[in-house]
Design a protein around this ligand. Structure first.
Ligand code: ATP
Ligand code: MG
Length: 413
């Protein structure tokens, strides 16, 4: 594409709606600036300036397409535009506008356009009306027969911003991902399995500004190295949206074996879930998290009825937040595909729940009976030993864990 050769000077970023709220504004813009910087790591020479009204990524020669690709993943961005900057001189601005439009026009076809000027520098020789007219005229002349003015419904809008330090031009407004900058809503513990739902729940939590740490339960030898690697790799995909993410793996074998040995089958699932939540809440407490997140959707499986939630939530007073609660499976799958987690999630490595799920768990477990049976176990001892066996890995965007093809192949046989 010809447009690729156009060297933009900066990407101008517009903030999401929350930035307009007085006291939160600076927290919001500072954090977004930091998150944008992180997302652009490895791209040399770019400079990020988070100003109160807009954020500017000054490219200093960097490829605008590469930068904009990364910005698509930074929550808190409402939209962005690649921008050319010139000195405050009409001829220079017109030349830049011509350069900018050329790749967007097709030979033999008439494209509609308009010019829209904003003027911060009121001393500039042309007022907005004059600028619109002269710039429009210069473009019509340069692209004779290819352009037509349409002020109501133009295909291209040339935005001209006359500021104190120069003239800024753009013709594209690209939607960002919306949401709030990761980190502005505090920290949460995400219960991440290797399934389809919890990665989507994680994405949605981050979109609301939550900075997540992943808590994953694994049960060797019942679950494989590949199942663990899959959850880590999912974390690597999700880290695209937030920078690095801590992955906390919690050994769950002893708890599952003990429950299976000592409790009636109808309560296996409920009590297992209670232990998971207990552990996630204990980790949240220790690591200054404010809530536990999971991938439950109401009514999807036996453990995800309201009765089950009553029996499971009983173990903690931490808020348990469920970002995909009201979504249908098909809606969750659609998001999973969009965010790039689906293909990993459907790999067939069984996680710790699948292995120990009884054929028909209760959909309406009784809270009193659940508590009664659970008392037959050494709850504190089991929890303490699981916590003592925790391992923490810092996972970066795109980091891979499932790359030993031979093992993958062997397991599928
Ligand atoms: P998912 O697709 O997220 O696995 P699911 O529909 O398969 O969800 P379950 O597997 O029953 O439902 O789990 C419900 C939720 O419990 C998950 O979304 C996840 O938040 C949590 N969970 C289940 N297994 C694990 C695990 N091994 N480690 C951490 N959290 C888990
Ligand atoms: Mg699952």
């Amino acid at each position: 594409m010809k447009e690729k050769n156009l060297k933009y000077d900066e990407i101008m970023v517009r903030y999401g709606e929350l930035s307009t709220k007085g006291r939160n504004k600076k927290t919001f813009t500072d954090r977004l600036g930091e998150n944008v910087r992180q997302s652009l790591r490895g791209i040399d020479d770019v400079k990020v300036h988070a100003r109160p009204d807009r954020l500017h990524v000054v490219l200093n020669g960097a490829d605008s397409d590469v930068v904009m690709d990364r910005l698509h993943n930074v929550f808190g961005i409402q939209s962005f535009s690649p921008v050319l900057r010139t000195e405050k001189d009409f001829d220079q601005a017109a030349e830049a506008a011509i350069k900018m439009l050329a790749p967007q026009l097709e030979a033999g076809k008439i494209t509609t356009f308009k010019v829209e000027t904003k003027r911060q520098d009121h001393k500039f020789a042309l007022d907005t009306f004059q600028m619109n007219r002269q710039m429009g005229g210069a473009l019509l002349k340069a692209f004779d027969g290819q352009l037509k003015v349409d002020v109501h419904n133009p295909a291209i809008t040339v935005l001209v911003d006359v500021r104190l330090n120069g003239i800024y031009l753009t013709s594209q407004v690209i939607p960002g991902p919306g949401g709030m900058p990761v980190g502005t809503a505090g920290k949460g513990m995400m219960m991440l399995s290797g399934g389809i739902d919890s990665p989507v729940a994680a994405y949605l939590a981050m979109k609301r500004g939550v900075s997540l740490e992943m808590v994953h339960f694994y049960s060797p030898p019942y679950t494989s190295e590949q199942a663990l690697a899959k959850s880590k790799e999912l974390t690597g995909v999700l880290a695209k949206y937030s920078g690095h993410i801590r992955f906390i793996q919690v050994p769950f074998t002893e708890i599952q074996e003990t429950i299976k040995e000592k409790l009636p089958e109808g309560y296996l699932m409920t009590v297992q879930r209670r232990f998971m939540l207990r552990l996630a809440a204990a980790i949240a407490q220790k690591r200054h998290g404010l809530a536990v997140f999971n991938g439950e959707a109401l009514g999807q499986v036996a453990s995800q009825t309201m009765n089950s939630m009553v029996a499971i939530n009983d173990v903690t007073s931490f808020p348990v937040l469920r970002p995909v609660l009201s979504f249908d499976k098909t809606e969750i799958i659609k998001i999973a595909e969009e965010i790039g987690t689906y293909d990993l999630s459907i790999l067939p490595y069984e996680d710790c729940c699948t292995v120990f799920t009884p054929p028909s768990p209760k959909t309406k477990p009784n809270l009193e009976k659940t508590r009664y049976y659970e008392q037959l176990l050494d709850i504190d001892g089991l929890v303490q030993r699981a916590l003592a066996g925790i391992e923490i890995t810092d996972i970066h965007a795109g980091q891979e864990f499932l790359n030993q093809n031979q093992d993958v192949f062997a397991e599928l046989l």
